[in-house]
Structures are given as C-alpha cells and as structure tokens.
Design a binder for this molecule. Sequence first.
Ligand code: GLU
Length: 328
Amino acid sequence: MTPRMEEKINELLEEAYKRGKEAIPSGHVATYIPELGKANPMDLGISICTREFDHFNIGATDKRFTIQSISKIISLAIALDMFGPDKVFERVDMEPSGEAFNSFVDLDTKSNKPMNPMINSGAITVASMLLGHVSLEEATDVIRKICMDDEIFMNRQIFESEMNHLSRNRSIAYLLESKGLITNVEETLELYTAICSLEVTAESLANMGMIFANDGKISRKSDDRIFSKRTTEIVKTIMLTCGMYDRSGRFAVDVGIPTKSGVGGGLISVADNLAGIGIYGPALDDKGNCIAGTPALMYLSRELQLHLFRKDSLLDRLITLKLKAKLI
Ligand code: GLU
C-alpha cells in the first residue's frame, strides 16, 4: 500500500479512536462476572484487517481479553457446518428478540425455542448441540485458526468467576431443559462458559472478521476455507439483525456493518468483501455493548463507506488502487 493510502486510513482510524475515547466515560465495565470488573475502562484498541491482510492498528490492539459472546458466532458456524441449517433452526429461531442478552422472558412466554443464537438462551442451546461432537480443544483450535492467532488460551480466573456466578445462565439452561431443547445442563454450561473465556485481541478479531468477509476462506486466492459460504452468509445476516442485542436495529441503521459484541469489551465487525474490524473497549453501554465501538464504527462506516447498502466504498477504491500500483 502506498504511504498516501496508509496515511489516509491511519488518519481516519485516529479520528475514530478519538471519538470512541470520548464516549468511554459514560460506560461501565461488566461486573456481574466479578473478574471482568478488573478491566481498565479507559482501554481502547481498534484494528482493521483489509482483504489484502494489511493491518491498521491503534491503541490497545494486542491486549488480551475474553471473547465472551463473540464466541456465539463461532459456535453457531460450527453447528451450521456440522448439522446443517435445518437441524440448528429446529431448536433456535433467527428472529431479533428486542430483549436483553440474558433474558428468558420470550422463551418462557412467547416461543418454544430461543429467539436467536446471539442471546444466551440461543447460544446455550447451540452449545448443547455441540456437546459430545466438539471438545473445548477443538473449538479453541477453530478460533485460533480463524483469528490467525496461536496464543488463544482460556482465562481460568474469568472462567471460574463466571462458573461461580452462573445463576442466570443456569436458570436459562434448566428452562431449556424443561422444554426438551437441551440435555446435560451442567456439562453444556461448562462448555459454553469455557468457550466464552478464551482470550483474544482486537487484532485477532479483525482477522476473524476478514475471514467472515471472505465467506469463510482464509485467503482470497486459495480455496482453503474454515466455514462454508452458506454458513458465513447465515452468520453475517444474524449478526446484522441480532448481534448488538436490543440495540441491533439502531446499530444496523447507523453503522450498517454486521457486528457482534461481547461483555468482555470486544466487537467484531464484518465489512463484507472488504475488511474485518476488531475493537477492544471494556466500558459497556446499557445494553452490554462496547460503548466506544458505536461512535468509532459509525465514523469509519461513514468515511470509508462501509455501510452494507452504500456502493462505491472508499476502502474498496484504496485497496483496488493498491492492486493497480502493484501491477505497474
Ligand atoms: N459469558 C457471558 C454470559 O453468558 C457472555 C455474555 C455476553 O458477552 O454478552 O453472560
């Protein structure tokens, strides 16, 4: 990439970082898992991985934090590839819930299955499907591969902290069991919580985002893929409609990039065919999403024209220019 193009992207990234930082004082780190409460709320890192696998980083992009709910997209993708969409959606729906991530109101009163796989009830159902088919080690290997990061390990303190404060998820899981949707409640909860406790960085999430943007392929030139094209299409669509919990609708309008959040402060965004963006900022908004992420992504989306329904992306033009420059 020419210095001018790099400069342009770095300038935009700096401004996005600044806007994210300004939002942080209104957020709070999650404390319902006590160990998460130890995070530094002022931390912020933003990483962009373009489809040429060029990286642009600012701030705390190599700081490790637990993946939490971002793992829901991986568990879903593994289940979709393993069992097929029909089997998965027999047990969990694909509708936005409009309820908090750990709510079970809809499950108890409105429907006979969780509203979608991005809320805890849906993800616990998916974890129970994986139980006995995919071990924690195998799931970790998939996450290492898609993040292009061999240093991903479980944070045992955070895992234990969550296991010791599991009343809410345990209630959800027993409700699911009562409806005949899951079996082996305690083992399912352990697998679900362990996968949530794997530690990634903003940069590894940017890589994961890029591989989803690439329809599951690890490079544009090779056919080597981690997930099938159909699986990534389904996952990206559900990220767009349900990935930011009960802020998904507004976020889709304002930012227009499929994104998934985690209460550890992570965000993964998939600018289809163009880039993956990973963010770490543990100060959360009232819905449990990284509070710095929305203004930062809104800005990047507008300036680089990354909104799903915007044509003629600036980032696309910069990358294409790079290819042309290489050919000359
Ligand atoms: N492990 C967390 C939980 O089950 C994940 C929630 C999230 O990241 O939104 O509560």
